[in-house]
Design a protein around this ligand. Structure first.
Ligand code: ZN
Length: 143
């Protein structure tokens, strides 16, 4: 199972995903700056192309998962990277790994981290959200 997970990680090529994501992010800039397209139209085009890219990426991931044999022998469901930790099929709950073959679940840095750091992070997120809403309201008012 470990070899199959490693093969899946290698064949997924995360760098390709970053390149595609960067390309999708660059689409509105290219459309508005170079092709003089209206901003709203550029956003619609970007959403359509981004959605298509996500669908294709998911289909590619499922195909790679099947190609390396990371499927449940009982129900045929694709297995995720959580398999070495959980040892169960997420679809039918069949036990696929013996308890001795499972890895310990890594501790979450959020729930097990410093309370001060978590509070600081929450305050920063709330301030950023309030600032975003303020800027959004300002942009809407000026239109
Ligand atoms: Zn299953």
């Amino acid at each position: 199972m470990e070899a199959r997970l490693a093969a899946l990680r290698e064949r997924e090529k995360p760098a390709l995903g970053f390149a595609v994501a960067g390309g999708v992010i660059a689409i509105p800039v290219i459309l508005t700056a170079l092709l003089q397209m209206e901003r709203r139209s550029a956003i619609y085009v970007t959403v359509i192309i981004g959605s298509a890219a996500l669908l294709l990426w998911q289909r590619r991931h499922l195909q790679l998962t099947r190609d390396v044999g990371l499927i449940c022998p009982l129900c045929g469901a694709e297995q995720s990277m959580a398999l070495p930790y959980l040892g169960r099929c997420p679809s039918c709950q069949a036990v696929l790994l013996a308890p001795s073959d499972r890895r310990p679940i890594p501790k979450s840095p959020i729930t097990d981290g410093s309370v001060l750091r978590n509070v600081t992070g929450a305050v920063v997120l709330i301030v950023l959200l309030a600032w975003s809403l303020y800027e959004l309201a300002r942009v809407i008012r000026h239109r």
